[in-house]
Ligand binder design. Structure first.
Ligand SMILES: *[C@@H]1O[C@H](CO)[C@@H](O)[C@H](O)[C@H]1NC(C)=O
Ligand SMILES: *[C@@H]1O[C@H](CO)[C@@H](O)[C@H](O)[C@H]1NC(C)=O
Ligand SMILES: *[C@@H]1O[C@H](CO)[C@@H](O)[C@H](O)[C@H]1NC(C)=O
Ligand SMILES: [Zn+2]
Length: 413
């Protein structure tokens, strides 16, 4: 009895709480919480009480949080190493029928969607497949306070999705969570875009129904892969940890290079709907960056920086270049994304040079056309202004409506 109970207490405040409670044969979390007070001396007694406000204290209750393989990290794209072993990721069983409902819960730290283990992750250089357990999101608190956990070249994105899997070598998530190589998490950045991301509505439309901590609802099955970028070929890989207590250093991280776009309304819904402890809104639920301590980061693709000599261009170039692909991405049918430049190690360098050159030419053209446009616009404004003054002098006696019309047009300029 004891060991089983201790195990449950240890996990009881993870983001993964819900999952474990379902998986456990015994019912009723409330009963356990009462027992909790009797077991004041047990490790993990205070598990439920961690918060993003006391990150510096996590390690005092969860020693792993002080380890040297912690997450999240900044990904310095100039320092990653290309690896041929990192083949495209393969997701199967992700397209769930609507009859199969999934539990969606506000666990006080995030919104968490429970996933069936028939959803699997393979390829990607993994020696054996991983099975899905849950997905959840991290976000910020408004325009100027983005909330992704990882950063790329120091850039923090609006939010981040984590799809958590555990190795099929283990019977259950809880068994795998503390074992080396036990977990694999797919991470993708959320960015503000122009259009509503329909797949994300499967989750977002339910948030108002689970405002309070602990509330749960059922969501009809949908194609969960549509929450991810469509480019499964380009990603970063490193060894890290859970980003919440108990910070187990058992996560094989995959961070997509392509981002996912949500409308500003959708990002705001995420930032403003859920409440955690003390009815405070759940905001900025991301952990601060952790030291690499000499770990290496691999990439499945050649990063542009490798080709440019130092100082050969701002690192944003690569990012900008990737953005248009991310544009109306999610409306396009899933994966099989055409092979990308740079994936083939032999032709890679040349391909990148071409990209580099075309970006350069693009910049010059942009400046040329920009100047041309500005000059034309100025000339036109000047013409309108002159004409207006002349007209108003000549037509002072005509009805005012004419003038109003003209001024509305001018506003539209
Ligand atoms: C993570 O996956 C890679 C394959 O890319 C594998 O070689 C490595 O051993 C895994 N890491 C751990 C800690 O299991
Ligand atoms: C992660 O750890 C495993 C096992 O220690 C190792 O084989 C692998 O190379 C590491 N992966 C990276 C990206 O450093
Ligand atoms: C994608 O990779 C390029 C380097 O090739 C980098 O400049 C860009 O910031 C990366 N974006 C993300 C989201 O990883
Ligand atoms: Zn997470």
């Amino acid at each position: 009895m004891r060991p089983a109970k201790r195990l449950r207490l240890r996990f009881s405040s993870l983001q993964l709480l819900l999952l474990l409670l379902w998986a456990a044969p015994r019912p009723c979390a409330a009963g356990d919480e009462e027992d909790d007070d009797d077991d004041a001396g047990l490790p993990g007694h205070k598990d439920r009480h961690w918060s993003y406000k006391d990150m510096p204290e996590w390690a005092s209750m969860f020693p792993n949080c002080d380890g040297h393989m912690q997450s999240p990290i900044n990904i310095n794209t100039a320092a990653v190493s290309f690896s041929v072993k990192l083949e495209p990721l393969l997701l199967s069983g992700y397209d769930l029928p609507p009859e199969e409902t999934l539990p969606l819960k506000n666990n006080g730290h995030t919104v968490l969607l429970g996933l069936p283990k028939k959803m699997t992750l393979s390829g990607g250089g993994f020696p054996q497949p991983y099975q899905a357990a849950q997905l959840h999101l991290h976000w910020g608190s408004g325009h100027t306070w983005p909330g992704s956990e990882h950063t790329v070249d120091g850039h923090r994105y609006a939010g981040e999705i984590h799809v958590v899997h555990y190795s099929s070598r283990f019977e259950s998530f809880e068994e795998a969570a503390s074992e080396p190589g036990g977990l694999a998490v797919l991470a993708a950045f959320l960015q503000v875009g122009m259009e509503t991301n329909e797949p994300y509505q499967h989750i977002l439309k339910h948030l108002s129904g689970i405002k309070e901590e602990g509330e749960e609802t059922a969501v009809a099955g949908f194609d969960v892969a549509k929450l991810l970028p469509y480019d499964f070929d380009r990603y970063f890989r490193y060894n890290g940890s859970l980003t919440t207590p108990p910070c187990y250093q058992t996560v094989n991280w995959t961070v997509f290079n392509q981002t996912v776009r949500l409308s500003q309304e959708q990002i705001s819904m995420l930032e403003e709907t859920l409440q955690g402890d003390d009815d405070e809104p759940i905001q900025s639920n991301f952990r601060l960056l952790q030291d690499l301590y000499g770990r290496s980061i691999l990439s499945s693709f050649h990063t542009l920086e490798k080709v440019h000599p130092p100082g050969g261009g701002p690192s944003e170039e690569g990012g900008d270049q990737a953005e248009p692909k991310a544009g109306g991405v999610l409306s396009s049918p899933l994966p099989d994304g055409a092979p990308r430049d740079g994936l083939d190690p032999t032709s890679g360098k040349d391909a990148e040079k071409r990209v580099g050159i075309s970006l350069h030419t693009g910049d010059i053209l942009a400046i040329l056309f920009g100047s041309l446009f500005a000059a034309t616009a100025l000339a036109f404004l000047f013409f309108v202004h002159k004409h207006r003054r002349q007209a108003s002098r000549e037509q002072a006696t005509k009805p005012a409506a004419l003038y109003t019309l003209a001024s509305t047009d001018e506003h539209a300029l």
